[in-house]
Design a protein around this ligand. Structure first.
Ligand code: FES
Length: 117
């Protein structure tokens, strides 16, 4: 028996996509980040914007001018209100100390399950 909120089958959220579910006060989006599922509350810790409406981007790093490396596949989620960016792997803002609320997710019998909601 599955305890928790069943979001979808694994194949319904392929890498680079997400699914929004109306759970809790603001809703939660479950993202497939390189084959791992991450669940994020649809509430930006900056000013409460609808974070999960934001677009995703890959990680861009630079150690010196004109040396730009793009890695990964859309690990960064940008809030649509003021543009703060959050790492979907841990919820941490790219700048500053804000962190988005994340939820535990597990895969059970080919289903993605939100825990503790
Ligand atoms: S509300 Fe998200 S960046 Fe301001």
């Amino acid at each position: 028996m599955t305890s928790g909120y069943v979001v979808a089958r694994v194949d319904e959220i392929p890498p680079g996509t997400h699914k929004f579910v109306s759970v809790g006060k603001f809703g939660i989006a479950v993202y497939n980040v390189n084959g791992e599922f991450r669940a994020v509350t649809n509430y930006c810790p900056h000013r409460g914007g609808p974070l999960c409406v934001g677009k995703r981007y890959p990680i861009v790093e630079s150690s010196e001018p004109y040396d730009i490396k793009v890695s990964g596949t859309d690990e960064i989620l940008r809030c649509p209100w003021h543009g703060l960016e959050f790492d979907l792997r841990d919820g941490q803002a790219e700048v500053g100390k804000l962190r988005v609320r994340m939820h535990q997710v597990r895969v059970e019998n080919d289903q993605i399950v939100l825990q503790g909601v």
